[in-house]
Write a protein that binds this ligand. Structure first.
Ligand code: ATP
Length: 359
């Protein structure tokens, strides 16, 4: 995973709006490495779809260059773009299947367009339907399929011409959680078994959690943060990222919730971040014991990102005041915990870029 298969340099896209021009993508530099699953996240209107449409030249850049598999596609004429697009599969939120064609017909469609002979086409379609688990639906029309099955057909069709890159634009947003998990599992197989680089656009944290190796966070056309999915979520440096994590996990009390907690718990409160190597709870237990302090969990949440624990716990500490002080000093320094004070002497919640972690 060292070579960039997609590179954007100084890329902007401006749409001439009715009143004023809209800068959908604003001076973006980005590398997506061969073999990775890369997430583009952000709220509606951030510019995610436009960014991805620039990668397969469905939109043309206003400025900057987009390089795909070594070719600068911003300089290519339409005819020369065709083979580049053939190397990029795409799946959509609304599946975009042809209603008048069977499942097999839909998957065969890009092969027909590419002029693949019938026998070869049929063999390839059978292979793809087997891969996505829809062999028994070959002769069925899309209207008879569930949402999850439709997206499987979409994936099989996107893979038909053996692309090196798959772009997935909100590919699970129209699906229920169980079906989403199913489709995400299939995308993981596409990446792991076929070695295809995947770029997913999503506003859903669950998708990122289950799938992405690295992510870019977009806000108002700009990439405000990029990196390893776990690192970015564990240590957000931009408010947009922190909002994204907080709105999905709800592990850190909001100021209002903290107020309520203080009414019920008048002891010293401390916010402990749980991350990384799984040693966190052991560290917490031993440090409490070491200082002769008891800790009661009064708020928090722990989940996984990329199979690593992630989240935070808010504890109320009970013990001799001097012991509590020493414990708080210790975990603040060694584990980046946040001292929230007491109901009588409250201390504010940490800003998003001040959160530490238990390592
Ligand atoms: N063809 C277009 N013409 C004019 N403005 C456009 C066009 N396409 C996108 N925009 C504008 O560009 C901005 C970014 O849109 P884009 O669809 O890329 O965002 P997004 O993050 O994908 O949002 P969503 O998740 O809602 O699709 C928005 O303000 C949008 O209105």
């Amino acid at each position: 995973m060292t070579e960039a298969i997609i590179s954007l340099r100084g890329v902007s896209k401006v749409f001439p709006g009715r009143r004023a021009a809209v800068t959908a993508v604003d001076d973006v530099d980005l590398d997506v490495y061969e073999g990775e699953i890369f997430g583009v996240i952000g709220y509606s209107g951030a510019g995610k779809s436009t960014l991805v449409r620039l990668i397969n030249a469905l939109e043309h850049t206003t400025s900057g260059t987009v390089t795909v598999a070594g070719t600068d596609i911003t300089k290519l004429r339409e005819r020369r773009l065709r083979p580049v697009r053939a190397g990029i599969g795409m799946i959509f939120q609304q599946f975009n299947l042809l209603a008048s064609r069977t499942v097999a017909g839909n998957v065969a469609y890009p092969l027909r367009v590419a002029g693949v002979k019938r026998a070869e086409r049929e063999a390839r379609v059978a292979e793809l339907l087997d891969f996505v688990g829809l062999t028994d639906k070959a002769g069925v029309y899309p209207s008879k399929l569930s949402g999850g099955q439709k997206q499987r057909v979409g994936i099989a069709r996107a893979l038909a011409t053996s692309p090196r890159i798959l772009l997935a634009d909100e590919s699970t947003s129209a699906l229920d959680p169980e079906t989403t998990a199913d489709v995400l599992g299939l995308l993981r197989r596409v990446n792991a078994e076929l070695g295809i680089t995947i770029v997913v656009i999503t506003h859903e944290m669950d998708v990122v959690r289950a799938l992405c190796h690295r992510i870019a966070v977009m806000e108002r056309g700009r990439v405000v943060e990029v990196g390893d999915a776990y690192q970015v979520f564990a240590n957000p440096t931009h408010a947009a990222t922190a909002r994204f994590v907080g709105s999905s996990l709800h592990d850190v009390p909001t100021p209002e919730i903290l107020e309520r907690l203080r009414r019920r718990h008048d002891g010293r409160l401390v916010l402990m971040r749980m991350q990384s190597d799984g040693g966190a709870s052991g560290y917490l237990t031993s440090t409490l014991r070491e200082h002769g302090v008891e800790g009661t969990i009064i708020y928090g949440g722990i989940t996984e990102i990329g199979e690593r624990p992630f989240g935070s716990l808010t504890l109320e500490l009970v013990g001799e005041q001097a012991d509590v002080e020493r414990f708080v000093a210790d975990v603040t320094v060694r584990a980046g915990a946040s001292d929230l004070g007491t109901a009588a002497a409250p201390r504010p919640l940490p800003r998003h870029d001040e959160r530490g972690s238990v390592r």
